[in-house]
Write a protein that binds this ligand. Structure first.
Ligand code: PGA
Length: 249
C-alpha cells in the first residue's frame, strides 16, 4: 500500500506571508488533517526554506533545485549539503522548466539525484514529453530515455518519480486520467524490470494543471499515487482540496 503524496511546487512565487497562510490554514484544519494519511511537501523558493523549517516544524519542506556540486566556484548555486543542513527533506530534479530554460540534462539529473540521496534527502525526479513528441508518437521512447539516463546509478528505493507532460504544465490542459495512467503504467513496468519491490512501493506522481476539480479522477488511477502541483498550490484551500482528493482515492 503506497501512501499518497502531494507536493507543492511554488516556482518563483510565494512569500513569508503565503507560508504563514498555509500554516494557519493547516492549524485551523488540524483536527481533520491530523487524520489525513496524505504526505504533503511544500517547495517554496529556496530563500524561505530555513526559516520555514524553523517556524513550521509540523510541515515538510523541499527545494525546487540544487547543484550537483558539493562546493566551489558556482555562483548562485545551493548544494545538497546546505539544503539538508537547514532541514530540507525533498528536492525536485529535472523539472521541465529546468530542462528547457536552464539546460538541465539527463546526466545532470542523475548526478543531482545521487547527490540528494547522499545528503539524506529524497529526489523527486520529473519526466515528461513535449506536445510535439506526443504528436509524433514518441512519448514512450522519451520517457524511457529520461528514466534510463536520468536514473543511472540512482538508488531507486529512495526516490519519487513525477510524470509531468510538458504540454500540460501551466497551460490549463491536463492529461486525461487514461493518458496519465498509460504513462504511469509504463514507468511502473520499467521499474518492475529493475526491481519488483521498488516498483510496488514507488510513489508515482502526476503533475500538469492539477486542480481540485480534476484531481480525484487522476488520483483514482491505479498507478497514480499523488501529484506535483504548481499554480493550484499557491492557494491553501485549493491545495488542501487536492490533498483531500488524494486521500479519498
Ligand atoms: P501546474 O505546474 O500545476 O501549474 O501545471 C505543475 C508543475 O510544474 O510542477
Amino acid at each position: 500500500m503506497r501512501q499518497p503524496l502531494v507536493i507543492a511546487n511554488w516556482k518563483l512565487n510565494g512569500s513569508r506571508d503565503l507560508l504563514k497562510a498555509f500554516a494557519d490554514y493547516a492549524t485551523s484544519q488540524s483536527a481533520e488533517s491530523a487524520t489525513l494519511p496524505v504526505a504533503q511537501v511544500i517547495c517554496p523558493p529556496v530563500i524561505f526554506l530555513a526559516e520555514a523549517v524553523r517556524q513550521y516544524p509540523d510541515m515538510v519542506f523541499g527545494a525546487q533545485h540544487c547543484s550537483e556540486h558539493t562546493s566551489g566556484a558556482f555562483t548562485g548555486e545551493t548544494s545538497t549539503g546546505m539544503l539538508q543542513s537547514v532541514g530540507c527533506r525533498y528536492v525536485l530534479v529535472g523539472h521541465s522548466e529546468r530542462r528547457a530554460l536552464f539546460g538541465e540534462t539527463d546526466a545532470q539529473v542523475a548526478a543531482k539525484a545521487k547527490a540528494i540521496q547522499q545528503a539524506g534527502m529524497t529526489p523527486v525526479v520529473c519526466v515528461g514529453e513535449t506536445e510535439a513528441e506526443r504528436d509524433g508518437n514518441e512519448t514512450s521512447a522519451v520517457i524511457l530515455k529520461q528514466l534510463e539516463a536520468g536514473l543511472e546509478g540512482v538508488d531507486l528505493a529512495k526516490l519519487v518519480i513525477a510524470y509531468e507532460p510538458v504540454w500540460a504544465i501551466g497551460t490549463g490542459k491536463t492529461a486525461s486520467p487514461e493518458q496519465a495512467q498509460e504513462v504511469h503504467a509504463l514507468i511502473r513496468s520499467w521499474l518492475q524490470k529493475q526491481n519488483s519491490s521498488v516498483a510496488e512501493n514507488m510513489q508515482l506522481l502526476y503533475g500538469g494543471s492539477v486542480k481540485p476539480d480534476n484531481a480525484r479522477d487522476l488520483f483514482s488511477q491505479v498507478d497514480i499515487d499523488g501529484g506535483l502541483i504548481g499554480a493550484a498550490s499557491l492557494e491553501p484551500h485549493q491545495f488542501a482540496a487536492i490533498c483531500k482528493a488524494a486521500q479519498d482515492s
